[in-house]
Design a protein around this ligand. Structure first.
Ligand code: PLP
Length: 465
């Protein structure tokens, strides 16, 4: 399928995920040339160049416009868009959270919003986005789509599980095209509802339903760009690095996997989890056991409170030698019936984490508090709890090569753990001064997929097809 069809469709009709038929292969010289583009022409130009390798139906000229509008100094507060800062000997921080909603989700979502705007106008049509968020995706999507007049957003979030700042930011938006729906339960319950509505093919096509959650390929591929830019900023194009990535839905780190498959010199990808350690357990044991939502811990890094990583299948496809039948079997039958994928006896998985260069670690609430306090004391850097998960685990596993930890949010979103760590809540940057007092707008959905469909019918601003 062509790129823009996949962009608008999100999930494939059979419930599977889209992956490229092959990854573009780049040499070290190619990556250095991209690094020069970053230095001389900026992040937006770099993004257009990398996206062009994957996109078959948008001309480069238009792609440059799309990335130029997505990555502005106005939105990100810095010309560099995603600067990398050294915070300790051999430990670096890729600052991915400078965007409008103070989380790394903006890096992909801003581009996605521009893609939608561009493509829907080109096709003369409209679209309904149905998504689920554990906190940061929702606001990033809504802020990215607020100006996209051809898109309406229905965003599900778990009732009472987000921080006051996250709620203020999302629910504070007042537009008929942005509908926030709260669901009693966990993020996974929200995601299951989205899947259930999507499995109704007729409803899906009547309301032109698409997705912005991290399964959307366009979003994932946009994240490849900052792996390249971070690598170049740290190495000047010479030598390997490793990345430590606070993981939930396996989107961010999967983009790192794609970058490495393209040839970027990444030694190890460190998959850091919190107490919800499904991914860490897999990389240690070869057994992927998804948890029931009742087994999901509510933690102080809530955007990682995920027990079923929706992008994992993409990595698995490569792990299993790109065997689609095997993936259908594992993620369809096996996971569906038993809730477990056990690959210990599979020929392709003798030692998945060594073969694939993945390492893993788990951090706890106490680890996060300590890490936040530690870096606040010494380099004077205040990090958010998710970033702390990655920094803590990355620091532990760092080798000789530079370790780049991904900063995935700013502390302003997570006041209470910050207070616990350093004795005071983070200062609210002036651009977020009104977030906590804006009136909030939500709709409650407590009766499953049928009620959700009703809400969509009633609130839809575009005529059904
Ligand atoms: C979404 C999110 C994560 C997890 O990223 P995935 O791509 O889902 O693995 C980590 N930290 C923060 C702050 C997030 O918003």
């Amino acid at each position: 399928m062509s790129f823009t069809d996949i962009l608008l469709e999100g999930l494939a009709p059979d419930g599977g995920l889209y992956v490229p038929q092959s990854y573009p292969q780049l040499s070290l010289d190619d990556f250095n040339a991209l690094g020069e583009i970053l230095v001389n022409e900026g992040y937006a130009r770099l993004a257009a160049q990398i996206l062009a390798l994957f996109i078959d139906d948008i001309p480069l000229w238009d792609l440059e416009g799309i990335t130029r509008r997505a990555y502005t100094k106005e939105k990100f507060g810095t010309d560099l868009i995603a600067p990398v800062t050294k915070i300790e000997r051999n430990l670096w921080l890729a600052q991915l959270s400078q965007g409008p909603t103070a989380a790394f989700k903006d890096m992909a979502m801003q581009v996605l919003g521009q893609f939608f705007d561009y493509e829907l106008a080109r096709r003369g049509t409209t679209m309904t986005i149905l998504g689920a968020t554990s906190g940061d995706t929702g606001s990033a999507a809504e802020f990215a789509l607020l100006d996209a007049s051809r898109v309406q957003v229905f965003m599900l979030s778990p009732l009472g599980r987000m921080t006051p700042f996250q709620r203020g930011q999302m629910y504070g938006i007042n537009s008929p095209r942005i509908v926030n729906i709260t669901v009693p339960g966990s993020f996974d319950d929200c995601q299951d509802l989205v899947k259930e509505v999507n499995s109704d093919a007729e409803f899906k096509s009547t309301y032109s339903i698409g997705a912005v959650n991290s399964i959307n390929w366009a979003r994932l591929v946009s994240q490849v760009v900052y792996y390249v830019s971070s690598w170049f900023q740290v190495t000047q194009g010479r030598g390997e690095v490793s990345f430590s990535v606070p993981s939930g839905n396996f989107g961010n780190i999967c983009a790192g996997h794609v970058a490495r498959m393209m040839g970027l010199p990444i030694k190890e990808l460190v998959c850091a989890t919190n107490e919800n350690n499904v991914l860490a357990e897999f990389f240690r044991t070869g057994v992927y056991r998804v948890r029931a939502s009742t087994e999901t811990f509510v933690t102080s890094s809530p955007s990682m409170d995920i027990s079923k990583a929706s992008n994992f299948e993409r990595f698995f496809y490569d792990l299993a030698g790109r065997d689609a039948a095997e993936i259908r079997h594992l993620f369809g039958e096996q996971l569906g019936h038993k809730g477990v994928i056990d690959i210990r006896k599979k020929p392709y998985a003798k030692d998945p984490y060594k073969v694939y260069g993945f390492r893993t670690g788990v951090s706890t609430h106490a680890d996060r508090v300590e890490t936040i306090a530690d870096f606040y004391r010494r380099p004077g850097y205040l990090m958010d709890p998710h970033t702390a998960d990655g920094v803590m685990v990355g620091r532990e596993l760092a080798g000789e090569e530079p370790m780049i930890a991904m900063e995935t949010a700013l502390p302003v979103k997570f006041g209470s753990i910050t207070k616990e760590a350093i004795g005071k809540v983070p200062e609210i940057p002036t651009r977020f001064a009104h977030v906590l007092d804006a009136p909030q707008h939500t709709v409650l959905c407590e009766n499953g997929a049928e009620q959700l469909k009703k809400i969509i019918e009633q609130r839809s601003v575009f005529p059904p097809e």
